[in-house]
Design a protein around this ligand. Structure first.
Ligand code: C5P
Length: 244
């Protein structure tokens, strides 16, 4: 477990909303980063924006002082994960994801590499079981139920040096009851009450206020902001709900 007082303090985000920059078009992505991205506590870049326009994205985040969450969900041998984290191309990257399934030695190697970045090191958060996996699929992987996967993989990742976990809203209460207030909990699947998104794939969603009340530290929000008529107003409404 982390020996630091708190990763929350070192991150010191201006608010707990992480905008998920799920846009493949560089021009649009960079414009969103420059616009509503500046109002968010953090901006998450997964493989699509990172591979399409990673370099300008990093430079712009550095220029604007936007903390980035690089969501590449690493799962590889410990040495490779260690060296990937040591080679992160920018100190604007303040959070990274790994798969807990990589095992304790991989998580420990990831943590050691994070420490090389010093006091502004990236926070290390682990994914337990991806949200699309059904209990049947988890069974085929040998993980029985989702709850069991979260318990076992979550405990292992936290004991091996992860600062926190990425969990769906419905797993937050379980995580807080098992591990208390220390782990940094990141949750996607956020849907403001008035949000209607065509073809939505978030079946276990929670509102921002609900997720916050259940113990989430960071709310990852994509389409409810990106597809709003006014992304700025959509983010402002989420922040108001959280303040209330
Ligand atoms: O649904 P939304 O657009 O807000 O998703 C934001 C992020 O949440 C996505 O980039 C993805 O990483 C994550 N997500 C997830 N499970 C889903 C859908 C999205 O974890 N079913």
């Amino acid at each position: 477990m982390s020996s630091e007082p708190s990763i929350r303090t070192s991150l010191s985000l201006k608010n707990p909303v992480c905008l998920s920059l799920d846009l493949s078009d560089p021009e649009k992505g960079l414009a969103v980063l420059e616009g509503v991205g500046r109002q968010a506590g953090m901006v998450k870049a997964g493989p699509v924006p990172f591979l399409s326009y990673g370099e300008p994205l990093l430079r712009q985040a550095e220029r604007l002082g936007i903390p980035l969450f690089l969501d590449l969900k690493w799962h590889d041998i410990p040495n490779t994960v260690h060296d990937a984290i040591r080679s992160l191309p920018s100190s604007a990257i303040r959070m990274i994801t790994i798969h807990a399934l990589g095992g304790p030695s991989m998580v420990r190697a990831a943590r050691r590499a994070c420490e090389l970045w010093g006091e502004n090191r990236p926070a290390l958060v682990a994914v337990t079981a991806l949200t699309h996996l059904t209990d049947e699929e988890l069974g085929l992987i040998g993980l029985s139920t989702r709850e069991e996967a979260v318990r076992r993989l979550g405990a292992m990742a936290l004991e091996s040096g992860a600062d926190g976990l990425v969990l769906s809203p419905k797993e937050l209460l379980l995580a807080r009851s098992l591990w208390g207030s220390a782990p940094y909990l990141v949750t996607p699947g956020i849907r403001p009450r008035d949000s209607a998104i065509a073809g939505d794939d978030q079946s276990n969603a929670a509102s921002p206020g609900e997720a916050h009340a259940m113990g989430a530290d960071l709310l990852v929000v994509g389409r409810p902001i990106l597809r709003a008529d006014s992304p700025e107003k959509a983010l402002a409404a989420i922040l108001r709900e959280l303040q209330g």
